[in-house]
Ligand binder design. Structure first.
Ligand SMILES: [Zn+2]
Ligand SMILES: [Zn+2]
Length: 288
């Protein structure tokens, strides 16, 4: 996917690095391009080379944050993201990459932590993922105004966030009248099984948003035709999006998504332009 988009930049940057091997910014830019080509390991090598040359440069640290995040080294990404902001406090890119790294740390903890007797908060990768359970309290007025809901013991979220969370969560929707009396309640059971998530993860191999390839472990399962509107829990109706693209793009009502039976995903924007992504080819590896 998208390999041609980066081909020209790759050649130019390789030439620049040959001419100026000590230029940290060239190495960092090349690292970012490699990252978006899903060449994660070479991207990390380049980003670390850049850091050796300019350890306190804001741009270098910003790129390193992104590359470490996508290499699944969340701890380093959070550390270097903080350093990037310290070095470049006004950089929007540094703040965006640091914010995503922090969100991945939190998401990973919530999705995969398990409790043990010895260390109740020890995060470790369990055999199965924790699919969230949420209780969303809404009122008749909120529903009339499309005003979202209040999570029990949590923040107030808008209608779009309710829909996004209910792609994967078991959701209890509690409707109260103006006096606080319960008018109705409805359990929307979690439709995502580990088997369905595993099958879609095997096909998509990461976030399906154009240009983003975040690993399945940091992705949500999205229902292209939302399950609250009758969408099926099937591989033909589900795809992976990282948390950023799931929350910020996939449920944007101005954007239309369509998925074909073979997993080809077409995104149509408000101005009528479209982008298409196909599941990446499998790259079978023989045992070493
Ligand atoms: Zn969704
Ligand atoms: Zn993404």
């Amino acid at each position: 996917m998208f390999q041609n988009k980066y081909a020209a930049a790759t050649t130019q940057l390789q030439d620049l690095i040959r001419a100026h091997p000590q230029d940290a910014k060239d190495h960092a830019t090349y690292a970012l391009v490699l990252n978006y080509q899903t060449k994660q390991k070479p991207a990390l090598d380049e980003a670390l080379k850049a850091q050796q040359l300019a350890p306190n440069d804001g741009f270098v640290l910003t790129v390193l944050t992104r590359v470490e995040d996508w290499n699944n080294d969340l701890q380093s990404a959070a550390r270097d993201g903080a350093a990037a902001i310290k070095a470049s406090p006004s950089s929007a890119l540094a703040r965006a990459f640091y914010g995503e790294a922090l969100a991945d740390v939190c998401g990973f903890y919530v999705d995969y932590r398990t409790r043990t007797h010895r260390d109740p908060d020890a995060p470790r990768v369990p055999k199965t993922r924790n699919w969230p359970q949420l209780i969303a309290i809404t009122t008749t007025d909120d529903i009339a105004n499309h005003a979202g809901a209040q999570l029990l013991d949590g923040p107030r979220i808008d209608a779009r966030a309710v829909e996004t969370l209910s792609c994967t969560a078991q959701l209890l929707r509690l409707v109260l009248d103006e006096h606080g009396a319960i008018r109705s309640y409805q359990l929307l059971p979690s439709s995502v099984t580990d088997a369905l998530f595993g099958a879609v993860a095997a096909r998509d191999q990461g976030c399906r948003w154009p240009g983003c390839h975040k690993q399945p472990i940091h992705c949500d399962l999205h229902h292209v035709h939302h399950r609250a509107k009758g969408g099926k829990n099937s591989t033909c109706n589900c795809c992976l999006f990282c948390k950023y693209h799931h929350h910020r793009a996939a449920h944007d009502t101005t954007i239309t998504l369509h998925m074909a039976r073979d997993g080809t995903l077409t995104i149509t924007y408000t101005d009528g332009t479209t982008e298409t992504t196909i599941p990446p080819p499998r790259q079978p590896r023989l045992p070493q």
